[in-house]
Design a protein around this ligand. Structure first.
Ligand SMILES: NC(=O)c1ccc[n+]([C@@H]2O[C@H](COP(=O)([O-])OP(=O)(O)OC[C@H]3O[C@@H](n4cnc5c(N)ncnc54)[C@H](O)[C@@H]3O)[C@@H](O)[C@H]2O)c1
Length: 318
């Protein structure tokens, strides 16, 4: 295998740290992360073994990005505002952490003549539609987070065409697993640890989305990178099915030390404005390349809840 010098923006976070577990086998890795959400502990084994280096820096600092990026082959850009609903209170957040940070990554690549980019987009670019979405479907996002992902995709397309950069854009479903930093399952488990008798769930519980285990997410990203050769590959990375919020809540209660906790729904068809209540993604392009998920959405959720419950409750009896 050719040695790959990887640069991972946001590499100390949830998906980034799992990506590192695989990337270190391909060559040296530099993680560029401001540690706002990510943790050194997530990647400490690789740092201590000298297989990866951590540059503490902010993607909003273009000069810092440029000086750290020199002499790498491929950039994985994973940094973003982690919580779509935070955009409701701070409307510049996704513009800065999504759109401008992505512009900076692209501009740093142009200035340092770095050729390949892998970008973490999201199914939120398709907007509020229950029909299964293929990559050809043009949607309009309903959250500021989704808008910043779509803007990032547009910038990548334009930079690619103008400056000859090759890019892989992955539209992830909801990614779940160990070291998770956000999302419904982690929220529910944390709520249960604070309030063991009742679990409050936003919405009516019927919201349903595709959930992808983080190991599949990373495997799919690397498979696409190795097998999709065009200048711009846009790929849905999600299982074709989905899981309901009620199922996630019930599994969280069962995996907690409080299996008698009751579930209370706040009502309404969605958790918050901007939350897409029901979505599905068609992963046919990944299938055509020869790759598919190893777990259904419900299987991914089940495994992730076991992993996250062990982190949240530790040795407490379950
Ligand atoms: N987890 C999911 O369900 C999911 C779904 C769709 C898309 N995505 C996208 O995948 C990417 C990774 O998500 P994640 O779940 O690992 O999130 P995460 O928050 O765990 O990881 C993001 C990392 O980026 C770092 N970061 C944030 N802003 C930064 C900045 N300005 N400069 C430098 N570092 C910065 C954080 O410290 C963190 O380590 C994000 O772009 C996210 O939008 C995630």
């Amino acid at each position: 295998m050719t040695v790959l010098r990887s640069f991972v923006v946001g590499g100390a976070g949830f998906i980034g740290s799992h990506l590192l577990d695989r990337l270190v086998d391909r060559g040296p890795v530099t993680v560029f992360d401001n540690l706002s959400v990510g943790k050194r502990a997530f990647i400490a084994d690789h740092l201590d073994a000298g297989r990866a280096a951590l540059v503490e820096g902010d993607a909003l600092d273009l000069e810092a990005l440029c000086s750290a990026l020199r002499d790498h082959d491929v950039v994985f850009h994973l940094a973003a505002n982690p919580e779509a609903r935070w955009g409701l209170e701070r409307t510049r957040l996704d513009l800065e952490q999504g759109t401008i940070a992505t512009y900076n990554v692209l501009e740093a690549m142009r200035r340092t003549e770095t050729q390949q980019l892998v970008f973490s987009s999201s199914g939120t670019v398709y907007g509020d539609t229950p029909e299964p979405r293929t990559e050809e479907d043009l949607g309009l996002p309903i959250s500021l987070y989704g808008a910043s992902k779509l803007a990032g995709e547009a910038l990548i397309s334009a930079f690619g065409d103008c400056f000859g950069l090759q890019a892989w854009i992955y539209r992830f479903g909801n990614v779940v697993g160990a070291r998770g930093t956000h999302g419904a399952a982690l929220d529910f488990l944390r709520k249960l640890s604070k309030s063991p008798t009742e679990l409050e769930v936003l919405g009516d519980g019927r919201q349903a989305k595709p959930y992808l285990h983080v190991k599949d997410c990373v495997a799919g990203m690397l498979f696409g990178l190795d097998h999709s050769t065009g200048p711009l590959s846009i790929l849905n990375l999600a299982p074709p099915d989905g899981s309901t919020v009620t199922r996630i809540a019930e599994l969280c209660v069962a995996a907690s030390p409080y299996p008698d906790a009751t579930i209370r729904y706040t009502g309404g068809d969605r958790g918050w404005p901007g939350d897409v209540p029901r979505s599905r993604m068609v992963p046919d392009r990944m299938s055509a390349l020869g790759w598919s998920v190893s777990r259904t959405s419900d299987e991914a959720v089940g495994l992730a809840i076991t992993e996250l419950a062990a982190e949240v409750f530790g040795d407490q009896e379950r």
